[in-house]
Design a binder for this molecule. Structure first.
Ligand code: NAD
Ligand code: UFG
Length: 340
């Protein structure tokens, strides 16, 4: 069975390609390499023994996308990861974010419809919940107005998928709402490759631990949380990748109850920034220099997932302990540090 993975050389995509290949799926990746590089294919090949199919083009190019589908008529399902994802940058460049994230989805959906691909899994985000009034958030927690153009593209993509699925009974869609994906493959052969100064907590923290940066800024210690720092639900990237394989199987086996479904993909446990620092130090034995700084504008105070629906209906559960995830992130940092 051939799975079309958009954005498959990216961070989450590459880990998912590994899990798909290890489960016997054939993979064809399309990526424009805007935020990834070809070396990722070597990493995937070293882990799995198989080099996935790969084509480099921009999915906002409608004729190129249609041509791709016309040449691959045996695609059994799609996982659509390709998107621009930097929240802050999206505020500066809203048009680029809307054009990229919406047009690529619409081109992929047009291909799925024309060439009768029955299933699509979409990368959504817990950003659709914003600061929820009640925690943990379930899939029926109301979505809130997006804080950024990036977040808005996730809401709009979910809506496009819902509306298209409604009138296309042959197309089944699952949107996975990721909480905070972190970590790397335990082999340290693939991981996250942030460009320039990382915005996200874990890549910044591992760069501080590696001596690349002086100290970590902890954005705020005056939140209404037990230690005052903000709380997130950090999900191991391999656990997250496994959720995609399970979602794909659900679609292929026709087990979905509706033709568009949503699942929260998190651990169900919230950890504060200070707890993450302590867990990293415990897991690796490496001290992290940090300083408390003012809150980062636009950040929410706390969010974590109710994963009951994913556990019971999808049959997926997070399994990697946080210390192991942080050790893998550290191993990856050391590997990147050596090779670059
Ligand atoms: P990433 O940037 O590592 O991977 C995305 C890949 O898509 C990149 O390789 C990029 O080159 C490619 N791409 C982007 N636009 C493209 C286009 N028009 N045509 C072809 N290729 C294109 O990001 P990631 O962290 O792996 O995220 C994957 C998906 O998960 C994204 O949709 C992202 O919004 C979503 N998501 C990520 C997080 C997170 O914290 N990483 C959280 C929630 C949701
Ligand atoms: N943080 C710091 N210092 C840093 C970086 C982050 O204290 O240098 C804190 C943040 O304030 C936040 C937590 O660490 O409390 C996590 O921050 P990240 O930037 O790693 O992640 P966010 O929760 O802000 O956002 C991430 C993705 C978004 C996505 C969202 C929900 O970046 O794309 O998760 O999935 F929408």
């Amino acid at each position: 069975m051939k799975i079309f993975v958009t954005g498959g050389t990216g961070y989450i995509g590459s880990h998912t390609v590994v899990e798909l290949q290890q489960e016997g799926f054939e993979v064809i990746i399309v990526d424009n390499l805007f935020n990834s590089d070809l070396g990722v294919l070597d990493g995937i090949e070293r882990i799995t023994g198989t080099r996935p199919g790969f084509e480099c083009f921009d999915l906002t190019d409608a004729p190129a996308t249609r041509d791709f589908f016309s040449r691959h008529r045996d695609i059994g399902a799609i996982i659509h990861f390709a998107a621009l994802k930097a929240v802050g940058e999206s505020v500066e460049k809203p048009l680029e974010y809307y054009a990229n994230n919406l047009n690529s989805l619409m081109n992929v959906l047009s291909g799925a419809r024309e060439f009768r691909v029955p299933g699509l899994v979409f990368s959504s985000s817990c950003t659709v919940y914003g600061q929820a009034a009640v925690l943990p958030v379930t899939e029926s927690t109301p979505r809130r107005e997006a804080e950024s153009p990036y977040g808005n593209t996730k809401m709009m993509c979910e809506d496009i998928l819902r509306d298209v699925a409604r009138v296309e009974p042959g197309l089944n869609v699952i949107a996975l709402r990721y909480f905070n994906p972190i970590g790397a493959h335990p082999s340290a052969l693939i991981g996250e490759l942030p460009l320039g100064v990382p915005n996200n907590l874990i890549p910044f923290l591992t760069q501080v631990a590696a001596g690349i940066r002086d100290e970590l800024s902890v954005f705020g210690d005056d939140y209404d949380t037990p230690d005052g720092s903000a709380i997130r639900d950090y999900i191991d990237v391999v656990d997250l990748a496994r959720a995609h394989v399970i979602a794909i199987r659900r679609l292929l086996e026709g087990k979905n109850e509706r033709n568009h479904e949503y699942f929260n993909i998190g651990t169900g446990r919230g950890l504060s920034v200070l707890e993450i620092i302590r867990a990293f130090e415990r897991a690796t034995g490496v001290k992290v220099r940090y300083r408390i700084t003012p809150r980062r504008p636009g950040d929410i105070e706390k969010v974590w997932a109710d994963t009951t629906w994913a556990n019971e209906v999808l049959g997926w559960k997070a399994s990697v302990p946080i210390e192991e995830t942080l050790r893998n992130a550290w191993k990856w940092q050391q590997h990147v540090g050596r090779e670059r």
